[in-house]
Design a protein around this ligand. Structure first.
Ligand code: LMR
Length: 338
């Protein structure tokens, strides 16, 4: 090769590498989305839906990798991982924001504060929902959406029908001081534990019982190690989909816009399937014949309600009276009228 040929070859190589550069730049941006429940649950399905729509709406420029069932991180670890940027998205239960220092979220855990999902949605889509997300910003977290799961049932190895039945029962709870107070209000012994450890703890008797929506109970096979389930619907369990603020703010505007659209669609989907998923899970629990499912009478439910609602007042100093009252206003809840 003479000098001239060499110069031409070098120029051609430079052109080729310049052409290759945009291709390399088009490597999809990977978003790791970690969560702790089974894939076959409202949250599991909604996160997969989001991953699909995010890929479609960004035309492949974003790839969302969903890690279900605590395969990447457990409850506490995932919050830390999000803050340091090791994962980009999570959807923790609303009951898990206290340890982060945003105690107002525990308003959602107050027993019997919501009668149905419509009341709950008034709160999440209204001023309280917005206020709670603004509190996250100071922790380096951006709240993207609220996703439903559903109302919780109690389970144990004995029937839980009256407040007295709870006495001395070791009950696993999520990391919420309100849930702790709720259990203590009926003489139970609350134990905070990561979701991934609950099945084994129930199986080995480390705890006697727990509370969860039926989709979680069923997909974690908790019903196989709990002799009794009581359909109390005493409290709500749902999610805040969150992301690392720095990561989110640093996204190109068009990508962020597409992801916001994907999140909007996923929220509609999540809230649409949540009820069906929980109903199907309850039917499967009943069909398994492994646990007795009991529907409390209205008098039994009222007695449990009366025993637990006193927690609302007790938790005022933790959650904030204004936040509790703002929720009461949306849901027309009056603790003096039971
Ligand atoms: C639990 O820990 O019981 C739930 O928060 C799990 C979940 O994410 O639904």
């Amino acid at each position: 090769m003479n000098k001239r040929q060499f110069a031409t070859a070098v120029a051609a190589a430079l052109v080729l590498s310049a052409m290759a550069a945009p291709a390399a730049a088009q490597q999809p941006l990977v978003i790791k989305f970690s969560h702790v429940v089974a894939q076959d649950t409202p949250k599991g399905k909604a996160s997969e839906f989001f991953a699909k729509r995010a890929g479609e709406l960004t035309k492949g420029r974003v790839k969302v990798e969903v890690y279900a069932n605590s395969t990447l991180y457990k409850d506490k670890e995932e919050m830390e991982a999000l803050q340091i940027g090791a994962v980009q998205m999570l959807a923790p239960s609303l009951a898990k924001f206290g340890p982060l220092g945003v105690r107002e979220f525990e308003v959602f855990d107050l027993p019997f504060i919501f009668d149905n999902t419509e009341e709950l949605h008034k709160v999440t889509t209204g001023a309280v929902g917005k206020m709670l997300f603004s509190k996250l910003e100071t922790k380096g977290i951006t709240g993207l959406a609220y996703w439903d799961n559903g109302f919780k049932s109690f389970s144990a190895n004995k029937p839980l029908k009256t407040p007295d039945d709870f006495k001395g029962q070791k009950m696993r709870i999520q990391s919420s001081k309100v849930l702790e107070a709720q259990m203590r209000a009926v003489g139970a012994l609350p134990q905070v534990m990561a979701f991934s450890e609950v099945y084994q703890a129930l199986q080995t008797g480390v705890v006697d019982g727990t509370e969860n929506p039926h989709s979680n109970l069923y997909t974690q096979k908790m019903h196989e190690v709990q002799k009794h389930v009581t359909l109390t619907e005493h409290g709500y369990l749902g999610y805040a989909v969150i992301t690392n603020k720095k990561f989110w703010d640093g996204l190109p505007a068009d990508i962020r816009g597409a992801l916001e659209q994907a999140m909007k669609e996923s929220t509609v989907y999540a809230n649409k399937i949540a009820r069906e998923e929980n109903d199907a899970a309850l039917a499967a629990v009943k069909a398994s014949g492994k646990t007795q499912v009991y529907t409390p009478t209205s008098a039994e439910r009222l007695a449990i309600k009366k025993a637990m609602v006193k927690v609302h007042k007790e938790m005022e100093s933790r959650i904030g009276k204004e936040t509790i009252e703002a929720v009461y206003k949306e849901t027309a809840f009056d603790p003096t009228k039971l």
